[in-house]
Ligand binder design. Structure first.
Ligand code: RB5
Length: 145
């Protein structure tokens, strides 16, 4: 199950993400927002991140204007490793090296073609483990996970 969320600035890409995930036959849960009306991104980023933190969802895809605000929010949640990415390479490495479980996208910074490829890459790239396991464990030294 994939948690998806956005604020108003990421609303169009969230809707496109829903279509893409449906095409790929992947299940998702939409934590809002549900229109392009102005809202506060932490409200929606917290909801989707909590679902990942509680293992109710395996993955998250969260969109705002830059991807930055929602990534800051998401990374406050225990067990969440959120990556704000602007390239397919970054999305791939966030999985291979960081075992990221939430992809954050900036609708105002990245074209939809790149965003679509980042989503596909993020969801199909495995963590490389090995030396990266020790490093990822150290990310969670303060919270245990
Ligand atoms: C909203 O204008 C914008 O600030 C928000 O979407 C996001 O980019 C914040 O990081």
């Amino acid at each position: 199950m994939i948690a998806i969320a956005s604020d108003h600035a990421g609303f169009q890409y969230k809707e496109k993400t829903k279509s893409l995930l449906s095409e790929l036959k992947l299940e998702f849960k939409d934590f809002g927002t549900h229109s392009a009306d102005s809202v506060d991104y932490p409200d929606f980023a917290h909801a989707a991140s909590e679902a990942v933190s509680k293992d109710e969802c395996e993955w998250g895809i969260i969109v705002c204007g830059t991807g930055i605000g929602v990534s800051i929010v998401a990374n406050k949640h225990k067990g969440v490793r959120a990556a704000a990415c602007e390239s397919v390479t970054a999305a791939s490495l966030s999985r291979k090296h960081n075992n990221a479980n939430i992809l954050c996208i900036g609708e105002r910074l990245v074209g939809w073609g790149v965003a679509e490829d980042m989503i596909k890459t993020f969801l199909t790239t495995n963590f490389e483990a090995g030396r990266h396991t020790r490093r990822v464990e150290k990310i969670h030294l303060l919270t245990g996970r």
